[in-house]
Design a binder for this molecule. Structure first.
Ligand code: GRG
Length: 304
């Protein structure tokens, strides 16, 4: 296969996509305003608008196009739905009862700015709003209402006990204990991987993709999800607060990480192997997508 990613300008692609995603998030915030108690709106706005890589929506839109979906602004509206779940998860993860983080993306965290009560409620409100967002965008993108229902079901399942929340619980239970390699993979497949995978699946479902392509994207997503986490651990162990935009926290919390388990070099090697497996999954599923190929590589090449 030709290496399409070498000629592909990922930075320009990400700039364009992030602008589309940010516009969709702004539209969503405007639509949500009448549904949200006014005192919570500033915390919601901070959680949603405070930047970040926008990896989940970028994957969602890329999967939609890779599966032959027709371009429309509603693609970014759909892609905004998993990002709303991601925004809530970060707001709650930073709370004093969890990581007690003062900084996120280089700025004071929402509870430090708006108070713990407002940040907690604002985060919780984002969950049903994300479901509404997926439903509304799905209705625009696909004529079959069943597809919109699947989008909401898959997103809420991935966000829930079998996915992100379940992974977070395993993470909290694992503090101060040494986890095996299998336990660590299982934790991160849920905590981080489930939302990345569902972002891809939502794009593919909205494009009307066949089962074979959904399976390929599943495999691709699981591989880049784990690679993403391995790289996160490598960065947490090696980069400082000024690069990460937050204080490194793993060692302080006594967490098992890919670095504590395998050492930094072996962890880096594992991340690169996972990226190759992700690229192979795309090839096996007949998916030719320069953005998805470049994004897989970006996951391990990023420095924050
Ligand atoms: C009720 C137990 C319970 C949990 C609530 C808090 C929570 C739900 C889940 C936490 C999930 C979590 C924090 C996962 C981490 C995912 C992760 C690697 C975040 C960083 O993602 P990036 O790098 O962030 O994409 P940016 O800033 O770029 O958006």
């Amino acid at each position: 296969m030709t290496d399409t990613s070498t000629a592909f300008d990922l930075a320009a692609f990400l700039d364009r996509e992030r602008a589309g995603v940010d516009a969709a998030l702004d539209r969503a915030l405007t639509r949500f305003e009448p549904l949200v108690p006014a005192p919570l709106m500033p915390a919601i706005r901070q959680g949603v608008r405070s930047g970040g890589k926008r990896l989940r929506p970028v994957l969602c839109a890329a999967a939609f196009r890779a599966c032959g979906g027709t371009e429309s602004p509603a693609v970014h509206d759909l892609a905004a739905a998993p990002e709303l779940i991601h925004a809530y998860s970060l707001m709650h993860d930073d709370l004093p009862c969890m990581d007690d983080a003062p900084l996120r993306r280089g700025e004071p965290t929402p509870h430090r700015v708006h108070g713990v009560d407002a940040a907690t409620r604002a985060g919780a409100l984002l969950i049903p709003l994300a479901a509404l967002q997926a439903w509304a965008a799905g209705r625009v993108l696909h004529p079959d209402q069943g597809v919109a229902r699947s989008l909401v079901r898959e997103l809420t399942q991935a966000a829930g006990a079998g996915g992100m929340v379940g992974g977070q619980v395993l993470d909290l239970l694992g503090e101060g204990r040494e986890l095996s390699a299998e336990q660590l993979d299982s934790l991160h497949n849920r905590k981080t991987g489930a939302l990345l995978v569902v972002s891809l699946r939502m794009g593919a479902l909205a494009a009307g993709a066949a089962a074979e392509r959904l399976d390929a994207l599943d495999r691709y997503g699981r591989c880049i999800g784990l690679a993403f986490q391995v790289q996160d651990d490598v960065l947490d162990a090696s980069a400082g607060e000024e690069v990460l935009g937050k204080a490194p926290s793993d060692a302080a919390l006594g967490k098992s990480t890919y670095v504590s388990l395998h050492g930094i070099e072996e962890a880096g090697r594992r991340a690169r192997v996972l990226v190759e497996e992700a690229l192979q999954a795309l090839r096996n599923g007949g998916l030719e997508s320069a953005p998805l190929e470049a994004l897989a590589r970006y996951v391990v090449e990023r420095d924050h």
